[in-house]
Design a protein around this ligand. Structure first.
Ligand SMILES: [Zn+2]
Length: 376
């Protein structure tokens, strides 16, 4: 048991060093410091690394390939190095260990998973026995904000791959893999009415808030749990002061849907919203960002293989549907067998209680190593 605990501790130390390099999606320079460390780690063990410069203020994306069978379709290992946590979070909530759980910004989503991948690759390279398929590691810098600058890269690499393994967090509480995810859309609704004095000229005003309120009822009414469709009006803003008929109001909307065929229709419904009141303008921006990741036959077969590898390692791998999205949505939608949620066991993604379970690190690492070695 001592050995296993030592292995957990070794992995935890490595993960800690990555957690302590803060890398919020919106700070390209910060993310690039993280990218540099990973580039060096993978390049240092003999992978061919390529850094794709970030655009629009985002950090760079990293692609690292094992040097054998470069022209064959191989395993794409996908993840991200950005987190949702601003620089400074670490100072307020430093890395800490408590009751077998390790806490820190981005430790679960997904510094832990990214570290396990790089550690497994290092082991493979040092051992010198090549897995049957070449491996391409793709780590992007803008996943947490919808992958605006990396989607094309992810899809291009996925088209060349035989399998995609995504090292996003394993699902709580026991670390299930993810074999399906919802599709996702994001919209912003802007309403413009006409301001007027609420006392003397109320009749002349056109309330943007009243119009937005009517639209919100309509939008939320399109939620259909049976169909796996939810609309969430998550934020609203509007008006200037109580004695003025509000000229402006806006809302942000989050759409989730299970059936790919629904995406375009729901997007059209939202983009086509028109005001009921007169002299009011409505603008709807946004659209579907990620198609659903459906539980297809090829993905299921890949899960079954992973399950048997997990059994060899000594644990039971379960599968789950996840409401959250990942870049696995892009690759699965292309029809490439994709298995997600292969990262660390823990809970609390995007929340302050984000943590990983330390005594499952070694097990997850051995699992990943064997899985990479067994896919052919
Ligand atoms: Zn993530």
């Amino acid at each position: 048991m001592t050995d296993a605990r030592e292995e957990d501790r070794r992995l935890l130390e490595g993960i800690r060093s990555w957690v302590e390099i803060e890398s919020p999606s919106t700070d390209g320079d910060a993310v690039n410091r993280m990218v540099g460390v990973v580039e060096e780690a993978l390049g240092g063990v003999g992978l061919d690394t390529e850094r794709i410069p970030g655009r629009d203020g985002f950090g760079d994306h990293l692609v690292a390939r094992t040097p054998w069978a470069a022209n064959e379709a191989g395993v794409m290992v996908l993840g991200h190095l950005d987190t949702v946590w601003a620089v400074g979070t670490l100072e307020a909530r430093p890395f800490r260990l408590e009751d077998g759980k390790a806490y820190g910004p981005g430790i679960y989503d997904m510094k832990g998973g990214a570290y396990l991948v790089c550690d497994a690759i290092r082991t493979i390279m040092e051992a010198g026995d090549r897995p049957p398929l070449p491996i391409t590691v793709v780590l992007v810098s803008d996943e947490e904000v919808g992958s605006p600058t990396s989607r094309e890269l992810v899809e291009t690499e996925a088209r060349r791959a035989k399998y995609v393994l995504v090292n996003e967090p394993a699902r709580p509480p026991y670390g299930a893999a993810v074999t399906a995810r919802s599709g996702w859309g994001r919209f912003r609704l802007r309403v413009r009415g006409r301001a007027a004095h609420a006392g003397s000229d109320h009749r002349l005003g056109r309330s943007a808030i009243a119009e937005l309120a009517r639209m919100i009822v309509k939008i939320e009414g399109m939620t259909d749990y049976e169909r796996g469709v939810t609309f969430n009006v998550g934020t609203v803003r509007g008006g200037a002061r109580p004695n003025v008929v509000p000229e402006e109001a806006e809302a942000e909307i989050d759409l989730r849907f299970a059936d790919p065929a629904d995406g375009a229709e729901l997007e059209r419904a939202l983009l086509g919203l028109r005001p009921e009141g007169k002299d009011i303008e409505v603008e709807v921006l946004g659209g579907v960002n990620r198609p659903p990741f459906e539980r297809g036959e090829a993905g299921t077969a890949l899960f079954e293989r992973a399950k048997s590898v997990a059994a060899d390692v000594g644990f039971d791998l379960e599968e789950m549907w996840a409401g959250g999205v990942s870049d696995g949505n892009f690759t699965a939608a292309l029809g490439v067998p994709t298995l997600d949620g292969l990262g660390v066991v823990g809970a609390g993604a995007h929340a302050e209680h984000e943590h990983i379970v330390v005594d499952r690190l070694g097990e997850r690492s051995r699992f990943l190593l064997r899985l990479l070695g067994s896919l052919d």
